[in-house]
Design a protein around this ligand. Structure first.
Ligand code: GTQ
Ligand code: FE2
Length: 344
C-alpha cells in the first residue's frame, strides 16, 4: 500500500478491540502475511522402534476399551497437537498372534509398511499376505481388516492422511456389519496376480483414484533397486524408486505418494528440500539424517519426519546398504502448482 505523507497519528487498542468484536482482523497485523517462504510449525523428529515397542507391549495385555479397536500409537510432531505432519499421521500398530482387527472403512486413506511378523490385511475382499518390507494399501473408503494368522507378533507402520482429511471437514467412518472380519471375495493376493509384474491386463483402464495393486512386495522393491543401481552405474547418491499406480503411472493414493531409496553403505544422499512433508522409515541398515540442521540417528524400523521446506540429507553408516521407505503428501500439492523443490 502506498502511504501518502500527510497521514499522522495511529490507531489505538480500542480500534483493534472494535475490529475483533466485529469478527474481523486487520491484515496489517496478521503474522506471516508477507512471509517470503513457508515456515512450518512442525519439527524434525525420530521415533525409535526399540523404545516404543515397550509401550506397545504394555497395551498388548489389556482391554483397550476405547474409541478404536486398533492397537496403534500415532506419532505426534513436537510442533503439533495431533499429526506427524500437518497432513499425515504415522505410527506403529501391533497385532498379536491369533488376534484380528475388525473390518471398517473411512475416508482417510492408509498405507501399511510391514515391519515384523506375518499375517493378512483384507482389502475389499482381497486377503493380502504381509511380510516385512511389504507396502500394503488400504485406500480411502475401502473395507479393511487385519489378522495375525502367524505365530509371531505383527508390527507395521501405519501412514494415513487423517490431518488433511479432518482439516477439509471430510472424515466419514463406518464399521463393517457386525464388526466382523469381511468375507474373502477373491483369491489371496489377486491384485498382485493382475498388476504385480510391470504389466497390466489388456483393455483395462483406471476406474479408481488409487492404485488397483494392493501390495508392493519388499522382494520386488529390492530387486528393482538392485537393477536400477546396476544400470545407473552405482551412482554416488544411491537410487530411488516411486511406487506407482500401474494403470496411470501416478502416485499409489490420491493423497499419498510412496517411494524407496537405496543408499549404499558409507554414502550420503543429495541435500534437498521440497514443499511436501515426508515420513521416512528404515527398512534396512542404519545411519543418520541431518534435517533442518538437526542430526537424527536411525536404524532398522525407526521412522522420522522431514517437515515441508526443510533441508535434509541421509547418511548410511553401517556395513549394510540402507533402504529407506518414504511416504509424502506431494500429490496434495502438485495439482495446484504448490510443489517446489530444491537441491544443493
Ligand atoms: O488399521 O485401520 O493407525 O483406521 C489409524 C486408523 C490404523 C487401521 C490407524 C485406522 C487404522
Ligand atoms: Fe482403518
Amino acid at each position: 500500500m502506498s502511504v501518502p505523507t500527510d497521514k499522522s497519528g495511529a490507531l489505538d487498542e480500542s480500534y483493534y478491540a472494535r475490529v475483533r468484536d466485529a469478527q474481523l482482523v486487520a491484515l496489517w497485523r496478521v503474522p506471516g502475511t508477507d512471509a517470503p517462504e513457508p515456515a512450518p510449525a512442525e519439527s524434525p523428529y525420530v521415533w525409535h522402534y526399540d523404545e516404543l515397542i515397550g509401550l506397545l507391549d504394555e497395551a498388548g495385555s489389556v482391554d483397550l476399551g476405547g474409541e478404536s479397536d486398533r492397537r496403534a500409537l500415532n506419532a505426534t510432531n513436537p510442533g503439533r497437537v495431533f499429526g506427524t505432519t500437518h497432513t499425515m499421521v504415522a505410527g506403529y500398530q501391533m497385532v498379536l498372534p491369533g488376534e484380528s482387527a475388525p473390518a471398517h472403512r473411512h475416508t482417510p486413506a492408509a498405507i501399511r509398511l510391514m515391519l515384523t511378523g506375518r499375517g493378512h490385511t483384507v482389502v475389499e475382499g482381497e486377503a493380502v499376505l504381509m511380510e516385512p518390507g511389504d507396502l500394503v494399501l488400504t485406500p480411502g473408503w475401502t473395507w479393511h481388516d487385519h489378522r495375525n494368522d502367524g505365530d509371531e507378533t505383527m508390527v507395521w507402520l501405519d501412514g494415513l492422511d487423517v490431518p488433511f482429511v479432518r482439516g477439509m471437514n471430510t472424515q466419514f467412518y463406518e464399521d463393517f456389519e457386525g464388526k466382523q472380519l469381511q468375507p474373502r471375495l477373491v483369491p489371496e493376493d489377486a491384485s498382485v496376480s493382475r498388476y504385480g509384474a510391470g504389466v497390466v491386463p489388456s483393455d483395462e483402464s483406471a476406474t479408481t483414484r488409487h492404485s488397483p495393486l494392493t501390495k508392493y512386495s519388499y522382494a520386488s522393491s529390492l530387486e528393482s533397486l538392485r537393477r536400477l543401481r546396476e544400470v545407473q552405474g552405482d551412482p554416488e547418491h544411491g537410487v530411488s524408486i516411486d511406487f506407482v499406480n500401474p494403470l496411470t503411472g501416478g502416485p499409489v493414493l490420491p493423497t499419498l505418494a510412496c517411494a524407496m531409496d537405496l543408499l549404499p553403505s558409507g554414502r550420503a544422499s543429495r541435500r534437498r528440500r521440497h514443499t511436501s512433508s515426508t515420513v521416512f522409515c528404515t527398512t534396512q541398515g542404519e545411519g543418520y539424517s541431518i534435517v533442518g540442521g538437526e542430526r537424527l540417528d536411525w536404524k532398522h524400523k525407526d521412522f522420522f519426519v522431514v517437515p515441508s521446506w526443510t533441508w535434509y540429507e541421509h547418511h548410511a553408516t553401517g556395513d549394510q546398504d540402507v533402504t529407506l521407505f518414504s511416504m509424502s503428501d506431494r500429490p496434495l500439492l502438485e495439482p495446484f502448482g504448490l510443489y517446489r523443490e530444491q537441491t544443493g
